[in-house]
Design a protein around this ligand. Structure first.
Ligand SMILES: C[S@@+](CC[C@H](N)C(=O)[O-])C[C@H]1O[C@@H](n2cnc3c(N)ncnc32)[C@H](O)[C@@H]1O
Length: 236
């Protein structure tokens, strides 16, 4: 785990199957691909190695500077770095063959998630592939699970919206309820919420499901549902 510089958690050096699929596709894709919320380029670097042309976008210019410095000089002519923030950043319509947005959407409120996914639909070429991965309540935020499941059952549109994060982390009695360094809120997701969001934007769902990230480690027992992933296709 490599910490971000802006208190948005960690970049996991060990990739999941969605990132691996994105990288494999990117290597054979004629069009450029986009990694948004790339941090230090967990998928950008191997996609470049595979021969892809990559636009790497992140909220924090410091992450992008490190990515640039760590990119082998021979790969830099196929790398473009763009500082930008979802849902405000924008790219040309029908520009990318694939997009990976891994572990970023849960930092956005519901309308910003919907707006971001609608933009990604527009940025993709027909038949383009969108890979989304997000944090669920079933990882480190599992104290929030009963609240989340009650809201999901009653049909809340964004049941994972969680403020006062310090109330939901597993903590010792001496650290309980002390403010933590981090984002002002999280909006935890599960596959069915991500599928709804993609379908409403016009995508066809190729696959979706929980992702076992019990290798998050060190924070008590995990149950194999720590992340959620979707592979969504823009109709040709
Ligand atoms: C938890 S890290 C995920 C890094 C990597 N994608 C991964 O899967 O391990 C979140 C990254 O997303 C970036 N980020 C957070 N909010 C963002 C936003 N609204 N738009 C673009 N990037 C954002 C952060 O700067 C950070 O680099």
């Amino acid at each position: 785990m490599r910490p971000t510089l802006n208190d948005t958690g960690f970049m996991f050096q060990k990739r999941d199957a969605y990132a691996d699929d994105f990288i494999a596709f990117a290597g054979s894709c004629a069009e450029p691909v986009l990694e948004v919320g790339c941090a230090y380029g967990v998928a950008t670097q191997p996609a470049l190695t595979a021969g892809a042309r990559v636009v790497a976008c992140d909220l924090d210019q410091r992450h992008l500077d490190i990515l640039w410095d760590e990119t082998p000089p021979d790969d830099r002519d196929r790398l473009e770095i763009v500082q930008g923030q979802l849902p405000y950043v924008d790219f040309a319509a029908e520009h990318f063959g694939a997009i990976l947005c891994s572990r970023v959407l849960h930092f956005l409120d519901g309308s910003a998630i919907d707006a971001s996914v609608r933009k990604m639909f527009r940025w993709l070429k027909p038949a383009g592939r969108l890979y989304l991965v997000a944090d669920t309540p079933y990882g480190i935020w599992r104290n929030f699970v009963p609240t989340f499941e009650a809201k999901l059952a009653r049909g809340d549109r964004w049941p994972g919206l969680m403020i006062a994060l310090e109330n939901w982390l597993p903590r010792s009695s001496s650290t309980a309820n002390r403010p933590i360094k981090g984002p002002p809120f999280m909006n935890l997701l599960v596959p069915e919420l991500m599928v709804r969001c993609c379908e409403e934007a016009g995508f066809r769902i190729e696959r979706s499901g929980f992702i076992d990230r019990s290798d998050f480690g060190g924070l008590g027992s995990m149950d194999g549902r720590e992340n959620a992933g979707v592979l969504a296709i823009k109709p040709a």
